[in-house]
Design a protein around this ligand. Structure first.
Ligand code: TSX
Ligand code: MN
Length: 606
């Protein structure tokens, strides 16, 4: 399709302006077809950027290796541009929007020379759903087009819904590597150096401008940029929730189902939880989404959630048949792998795949690699942030409701993190505001992989939204407070704090986690119906010692340990929140949260 055929006047003008600025050699409006997908794959094969994987073992799968400098989201180069610095808040990088547009326009000028500009109309959420939103991304990366085909609904059907004057979020993207006459990528992943990368958001005009990176969350603009940073602002303004949450369906042995969402910081196994296989007989868990939930109120006063995405962009290392069999099944075909290792027979391998590396591999840098298990210093074959992009519809556990345009009614919100001490296995909030407090103090133990803070400390990531909120985090807390104040609390989801990561004094995990977490989900399910044996404590509503049947290997005293109220530990937690966490949000911290902090402290001292 040609730009001249676009029926949406504003969209047509916007694309024409981009063409004039970025001066691509050609322009294509994407139709979302299989033929288009295959053509983009072929372009990448021809450019030496993709490797076709073993058609027998991994049909329709391809491997990409990125530039070593372009392997993850770049938070230091991620910007929220608003007229007032206070609207971005203390936890975002702020820039003046006019200044940023000037800087970036200079970078975009001529940035697509020698390349084709692809115009990708995409819907976050089922096409035509009342909860979905439309974006249009322009990009000079066929790798991005392929990934957007998997992660969002793209093409002509989206333009049909957009009509001649529908709302869309304009998303600029260029890898920032124009080609000279006759120049080809020739196997070299195109991107710009770090100090030229910009992942910019303009919440006031609902625009996204991304430059210099071709990787994941920096380049697939529907995901973190639109579905979280821009959508969080739309949700605030329109009275709904755009959250960094998985969505799952639980069915009990009686055949009754409930839907719950959960927010966890990175490296807590959110995708694993979304696809969990229960060990509890008769219980079933199915997947609606593994990363983002958009929730709006229905006429009945309940919150209904959609997964705005159509695929999983998951971390490969650690994914195996034990930790996540459903993910392993999902990514056996029609999947894009990025920065994993390649075997001799064109299969994939990564650290934690569940078996030793089969002979000599090609590592994520493209170099020969032989596993040396005696060498603790050996660099990994797959990058620790290497990814799979797989279609959600291929997941064996996908719930039949996963594309329901009306969304699924949510009964519970889970918050969690890696907390080796103090935080119990599960704790139900006594009220909405208590639950908002729980969300606001979410934190996770810093593992050795993160080099900036010393391992063993707790990094707070409220609502797991710190890198993904498009406005002031204090105002975000207030939005959550307001949701409770303006709705019938009895119809709102119940809120729970879970912790699969308690360790004993020897540093060994006490709770087996994974499928055994279904025991905790079952208690949560019952609590939503006012059932499930519980005890009211100063920190919240806990299961009685016998409410959750113990899994094999967990002794009675282990169970007591992870379900007890650690009064001294909690006093230290409260003191840390008061002294180090809440002050970060300054005057915008809702007084309701300070009051909740006081109330819990009083109960602990009581
Ligand atoms: O994803 C995890 N979940 C949720 C699963 C539904 N992980 C992996 C986190 C890194 C991505 C977990 N790790 C979980 C968990 O519940 N629990 C743990 C900690 C743990 C690790 C190993 C064992 C037990 C607990 N057991 C053995 O190694 C034998
Ligand atoms: Mn995420």
């Amino acid at each position: 399709m040609q730009v001249s055929e676009l029926k949406h006047a504003k969209l047509k003008t916007w694309v024409e302006e981009a063409v004039a600025l970025m001066t691509p050699d050609a322009v294509e409006v994407c139709d979302g077809s299989k033929a288009e997908y295959d053509r983009m794959i072929q372009l990448n094969l021809d450019a030496g950027l993709a490797t076709k994987l073993n058609e027998e073992k991994l049909p329709g799968c391809y491997l990409f290796r990125s530039d070593p400098s372009d392997v993850a989201r770049v938070e230091a180069r991620t910007y929220i541009a608003a007229k007032s610095k206070d609207d971005a808040g203390p936890t975002n990088n702020w820039v003046d929007p006019a200044e940023l547009k000037k800087t970036m326009s200079d970078l975009y000028r001529g940035s697509m020379k020698g390349r084709t500009m692809y115009v990708i109309p995409f819907s976050m959420g089922p096409v035509g759903s009342g909860i979905a939103k439309i974006g249009v991304q322009i990009t000079d990366s066929p790798y991005v087009v392929i990934n957007m085909h998997i992660m969002a609904r793209v093409g002509t059907k989206v333009l049909d819904v957009l009509g001649s004057d529908g709302f869309f979020v304009p998303c600029y993207h260029s890898v920032g590597k124009p080609l000279g006459p006759g120049e080809k990528d020739n196997g070299k992943w195109p991107c710009a150096p770090l100090d030229k990368k910009y992942i910019s958001h303009f919440p006031e005009s609902r625009e996204i401008w991304s430059y210099g990176s071709g990787y994941g969350g920096n380049a697939l603009l529907g995901k973190k940029c639109l579905a979280l940073r821009i959508a969080s602002v739309l949700a605030r303004d329109e009275g709904w929730l755009a959250e960094h949450m998985l969505i799952l369906k639980i069915t009990n042995p009686q055949g009754e189902s409930k839907f719950v969402t959960g927010a966890f910081p990175s490296a807590c196994g959110k995708t694993n939880l979304a696809m969990l296989i229960p060990t509890l007989p008769g219980w079933k868990v199915e997947t609606v989404g593994d990363d983002i939930a958009w929730m709006k109120f229905g006429k009945d006063g309940r919150l209904y959630a959609i997964n705005p995405e159509a695929g999983f962009f998951g971390v490969a290392p650690g994914t195996n048949n034990e930790s996540n069999r459903n993910a392993m099944e999902t990514i056996k075909s029609n999947t894009i792998y990025t920065n994993v290792a390649l075997t001799k027979d064109k299969n994939v391998w990564w650290e934690g795949i569940g078996y030793d590396a089969p002979g000599e591999l090609i590592d994520w840098n493209g170099n020969p690699w032989v596993q040396d298990k005696g060498n603790k210093e050996q660099k990994p074959a797959a990058h620790p942030n290497s990814r799979f992009t797989g279609p959600a519809k291929q997941c064996p556990a996908i719930a039949k409701e996963w594309q329901d345009p009306a969304g699924v009614p949510i009964s519970a919100f889970l918050f969690g993190g890696r907390r080796p001490k103090t935080i119990p296995l599960v704790n139900q909030a006594k009220s909405w505001i208590h639950g908002v407090f729980m969300g606001s103090i979410v934190g996770s133990e810093v593992t050795a992989a993160a080099l900036d803070v010393k391992a063993g400390t707790i990094r707070r990531d409220p609502f797991a939204m710190l890198p993904f909120c498009g406005y002031h985090m204090g105002d975000y807390f207030k939005h959550w407070v307001n949701i409770g104040a303006t709705h019938d609390e009895s119809k709102l989801p119940k809120i729970f704090f879970v912790n699969w990561f308690r360790k004993d004094d020897a540093g060994k995990f006490i709770w087996p986690g994974y499928g055994e977490n279904s025991r905790v989900l079952a208690w949560i399910f019952d609590r939503c119906d006012g059932k499930g044996k519980s005890v009211d404590t100063p920190i919240g509503i806990l299961p009685t010692p016998d409410a959750i049947e113990r899994p094999a290997g967990v002794s009675e005293s282990d169970m007591a340990e992870i379900l007890k109220v650690d009064i001294e530990g909690w006093k230290a937690e409260i003191a840390d929140v008061r002294a180090n966490h809440y002050p970060k949000f300054g005057g915008k911290l809702p007084q309701e949260l300070n009051a909740e902090l006081d109330a819990i402290e009083k109960r602990l001292n009581g």
